[in-house]
Write a protein that binds this ligand. Structure first.
Ligand SMILES: [Zn+2]
Length: 472
């Protein structure tokens, strides 16, 4: 928290500032960093103590927690529930409106914990050994607080803005976002009216073992879910007399064809950019391979090499199929009328669900099996080379001259697609560079963020938002 002395002189500064031309106000404006660093740590600890485990979510608690802060700062906000307890919150700083608004999007829910495997209380927000511990310390309460502080500092410093800046906290991302960002995108258009840009989690930023940032990632797109249910029907009977074309037999044959299917390698432009920009950070021989992906993928053993050594890259070059749910008879001696399977398919940004279902039907080659969509959304790619991309680049090079900026395409998905498909340039961007080891704790046990990288990320995001939004 800032000292009361600072608060006391604040109105005077505001009065003086309003008498000066806008350019003079925005030159060299910088937050009081030692105070903001302290506030960032305190706020994140407090926020982690607000338990928003989804299910059930209870994001209304987080929305009210944010609301209290905004109210104390004199910033109007609005809270709305998509269902009882599923809170969402929005606040907007008005700019001149000469440029499209920027949305700072963060989801307020977190995934469940298995307390027995944690060495510290996951909802304590404990600061220990240079780390801030707790569920959400990386995914994504830290970015939520960084967004909040950028937002608050613009307001506190009376920065003249050329565009509106929107703070948007939503429910339910960890369960697909239908009760949060999806609901806002559909039912609350006034909340993001005039928006042209958005920043949220995703893409990933890497630090070396000493904590020094290696690169920061920008994600202009993600793979899309093409979740399917296959259902086979047949004659039922007693298990003592086998039925050759029973529902389970049809289903198993179809699944075996899918299991053996080798999705062709497809180099989409965002993945090509991802490989090329990551190349310098790869050990050989991958460095050379990623630097010229077309050449590498033309090699006859490219698929096998990727499958063996880099499955996470292969997943970004193919449509993938994971057989997950299976249902048949609940009695060992009854051959059921119906058997079904669920497939977690992830599609390349260039594939629609209709094209993918046609492909699956071709592979299974069994018209008696029904194929239904469980979850999908339209693929969309945000352009790079935008002013927001330029502001990110500039801020990284100013604050971390040794670090690079790379493009990434997540194999999973975040809430950004709800806004990307509405034509809003939406980037996944994590201002906190963390080690691979810390990154692996996300959704797992002992999630924690290094305090130094966290506060550095708060500053980095500020530089981006300030550069991108202020009048120059
Ligand atoms: Zn997340």
């Amino acid at each position: 928290m800032r000292s009361s002395a600072v608060r006391f002189v604040f109105p005077l500064i505001a009065v003086l500032a309003s008498a000066l031309p806008a350019v003079a106000q925005s030159k060299n404006a910088a937050p009081d960093w030692p105070a903001v660093d302290k506030e960032a740590v305190q706020r994140l600890s407090d926020y982690i103590r607000v338990n928003t485990t989804n299910p059930p979510g209870n994001e209304i608690l987080a929305a009210q927690w944010y609301a209290k802060i905004l109210k104390a700062e004199g910033i109007p906000y609005e809270i709305a529930e998509s269902a009882p307890g599923r809170g969402n919150i929005v606040a907007r700083l008005k700019g001149q409106g000469s440029e499209p608004a920027l949305i700072l999007l963060n989801h307020m829910d977190v995934v469940p914990v298995t307390r027995a495997y944690w060495t510290e209380d996951p909802f304590s927000g404990l600061v220990k050994d240079g780390y801030l511990w707790g569920r959400g310390s990386i995914d994504m309460k830290s970015l939520g607080i960084a967004e909040l502080l950028s937002f608050l500092e613009l307001h506190r410093m009376h920065v003249p803005l050329k565009r509106d800046v929107i703070f948007l906290g939503t429910a339910d991302e960890e369960a697909g976002g239908k009760m949060g960002a999806g609901w806002v995108a559909k039912d609350k258009p006034e909340w993001y009216r005039g928006a042209g840009f958005l920043i949220t989690e995703g893409a990933g930023s890497l630090a070396d073992d000493s904590g020094k940032p290696i690169y920061f990632g920008i994600g202009p797109t993600e793979k899309t879910p093409g979740w399917l249910r296959l259902t086979a029907k047949g004659r039922s009977g007693h298990g003592s007399i086998p039925i050759a074309d029973s529902a389970p037999n049809h289903l198993v044959a179809a699944l075996d064809r899918l299991r053996q299917y080798r999705s062709p390698l497809e180099l989409t432009p965002p993945i090509e950019a991802m490989l090329r920009t990551h190349a310098p950070y790869e050990p050989e021989p991958w460095r050379t391979r990623f630097a010229d992906p077309k050449k590498f993928l033309a090699e006859p053993d490219a698929y096998d090499l990727l499958a063996k050594e880099r499955p996470e890259i292969l997943a970004r070059l193919t449509n993938t199929i994971s057989i997950t749910g299976l249902k048949g008879s609940n009695k060992t001696n009854i051959i059921p009328t119906e058997a079904s399977a669920e497939l977690d398919c992830r599609l390349l940004p260039t594939w629609t669900i209709d094209r993918w279902i046609a492909q699956v039907q071709k592979i299974i080659d069994d018209p008696s099996i029904k194929v239904e969509t469980i979850l999908n959304f339209a693929p969309a790619v945000s352009p790079m080379d935008t002013p927001l991309d330029a502001s990110i680049d500039k801020a990284v090079h100013e604050l971390d001259p040794g670090a690079g900026v790379v493009q990434s395409v997540d194999s999973g998905f975040t809430d950004s697609h709800y806004f990307r498909e509405k034509g809003i340039v939406s980037y996944g961007f994590e201002p906190f560079a963390i080690t691979r080891e810390d990154d692996e704790r996300v959704h797992g046990d002992n999630e924690r963020i290094p305090v130094k990288n966290y506060t550095a990320g708060v500053r980095l995001l500020w530089n981006i938002v300030y550069d991108f939004s202020r009048t120059k």
